[in-house]
Write a protein of this length. Structure first.
Length: 138
């Protein structure tokens, strides 16, 4: 296979050169939790310090993200309580995705900072991507 193509990600790819979000006013995660309309914002679940959201430009079917409610981009600056809630949401996503999609595995991770590949470097978040044997993307 010479090329992989995910046309639904084109809007995201085309905006890759856009300015890096530097404040909560420029942040997709802050915008999502501020709307008050979880369905429209694709928010699946909230806890007091974190939330689970569908990825608008998924790597694969079922791609979700768990993000802190507080706008900050450093793992080292997150509180123990924030990290606990973040991981509880990741765990609940894995359980729900397992029931709905029956994947063979998962990619779970985070990228801190633009240099590490973070698409939204100012707001700490984790990706949960279901995987199947034979996947050729990602």
């Amino acid at each position: 296979m010479d090329r992989l193509w995910a046309p639904w990600r084109m809007a995201y790819v085309a905006s890759a050169g856009a300015a890096t979000p530097s404040s909560a006013g420029d942040c997709i995660f802050c915008d999502a939790i501020a709307t008050g309309d979880d369905r429209r914002a694709l928010v699946l679940r909230r806890s007091s310090q974190a939330f689970l959201i569908l990825n608008k430009y998924p790597y694969a079917s079922g791609h979700v993200m768990a993000a802190l409610t507080r706008h900050q981009g450093s793992l080292g600056a997150a509180t123990t309580a924030e990290l606990a809630e973040l991981m509880e949401l990741v765990q609940s996503a894995v359980v729900a995705l397992g029931r709905a999609y029956h994947p063979d595995g998962y990619n779970v991770g985070l990228n801190e900072g633009r240099a590490a590949g973070a698409g939204v470097p100012g707001h700490l978040h984790m990706h949960v991507v279901p995987r199947w044997n034979g996947d050729s993307n990602f």
